[in-house]
Ligand binder design. Structure first.
Ligand SMILES: [Zn+2]
Length: 252
C-alpha cells in the first residue's frame, strides 16, 4: 500500500498551542502517527529541559503513537563575521536565519546533537530521526548525525537512511506563510505537486505551526491529507524507514 508521511515542524513550548490544534485536526482526519520535529531550545527562549508541563505534553503525544524527532537545537543560525554572499543569501533570505546546521563543522554539530538528545532524554523512547532546520545540513554535520546514532534524516527532496546508506527521492509538500505572495505561491505550487504525486509510492506532507492560522493554507493541507488517507497508509518517518530497511534486507 502507498504511504503518507505527515511531519509537524518546530514543535516547542513557543508553538505548543498551534501544534495541539494541528494534531487535533489531523486526528479527526484519521492521522494518528505524525513525526513531531522538536526543538530543544527554540531561539534560545524556550528550554524544554526546564519545562515540565511541555515535557508531559510531548510524552503524552509520543505515548499515543506520534514519533519524536530532533529538529536542530536553537533553530537559529549563529551569524558568522566572514559569511560569503552565498551563505547570506541561503541563510538570511531563504530561511530567515533559521539554517542552524547549514555550515556547521563536525564537532559543532556533534555538540548540539548531544545536547539535544540529552534535553529530550525525558521521553519514554529513543529518538532515531534528525531533521535540520530548513532542511539545511552540511556534509560534516550529516556525518555527525550518523555518528550520533541516528537512523535517518530528511531533506526537502529526499529521505536519507543510514546503515545501509540509501536515499529515497520524494519531494515534500511544504507551505511558506512568511508573506502574502508566498502564501499564494504555496497554494498554487502544492496543488500542482499533490496532483503530480497522486500515484507516487510515498507522499510527504510537512506542516509548520503557522500554517494552521492561514485559513486557505490549512484548508488545503487538510483536503490533501483527507484525500491521501483514502488510499494511503499514514505512517511516521520511523515506521517508513523501518519498512524500507527491512525491504532492502529482504531484497538482499
Ligand atoms: Zn523548522
Amino acid at each position: 500500500m502507498k504511504s503518507l508521511v505527515v511531519s509537524l515542524h518546530d514543535v516547542s513550548p513557543l508553538t505548543r498551542a498551534r501544534c495541539e490544534k494541528i494534531l487535533s485536526d489531523l486526528s479527526t482526519s484519521g492521522v494518528h502517527q505524525v513525526s513531531l520535529l522538536a526543538i530543544p531550545n527554540h531561539h534560545g527562549r524556550a528550554p524544554v529541559r526546564e519545562n515540565r508541563s511541555f515535557q508531559s505534553w510531548l510524552t503524552r503525544q509520543v505515548e499515543t503513537g506520534h514519533e519524536p524527532v530532533l529538529h536542530g537545537y536553537l533553530h537559529k543560525r549563529q551569524k558568522r563575521t566572514a559569511d560569503s554572499w552565498f551563505s547570506k543569501l541561503t541563510t538570511e533570505i531563504y530561511t530567515a536565519g533559521e539554517g542552524e546546521f547549514f555550515d556547521l563543522s563536525f564537532d559543532s554539530a556533534a555538540k548540539l546533537l548531544g545536547d539535544g538528545l540529552a534535553d529530550l532524554a525525558f521521553l519514554p523512547r529513543k529518538v532515531i530521526g534528525f531533521v535540520a532546520p530548513a532542511w539545511l545540513l552540511s556534509k560534516a554535520a550529516e556525518q555527525a548525525v550518523r555518528s550520533a546514532g541516528f537512523m535517518y534524516t530528511t531533506r526537502v527532496g529526499c529521505v536519507r537512511i543510514f546503515e545501509p546508506l540509501s536515499q529515497i527521492n520524494s519531494r515534500s509538500l511544504v507551505w511558506s506563510t512568511r508573506a502574502k505572495w508566498r502564501v499564494s505561491a504555496s497554494l498554487c505550487w502544492n496543488k500542482v505537486l499533490a496532483i503530480a504525486k497522486s500515484s507516487a509510492p510515498i507522499l510527504r506532507v510537512s506542516i509548520h505551526p503557522a500554517d494552521v492560522v492561514q485559513g486557505r493554507v490549512w484548508q488545503q493541507i487538510r483536503k490533501i491529507i483527507a484525500t491521501a488517507c483514502r488510499e494511503r497508509e499514514c505512517v511516521s518517518y520511523e515506521r517508513l524507514v523501518e519498512r524500507l530497511r527491512s525491504h532492502s534486507t529482504d531484497v538482499g
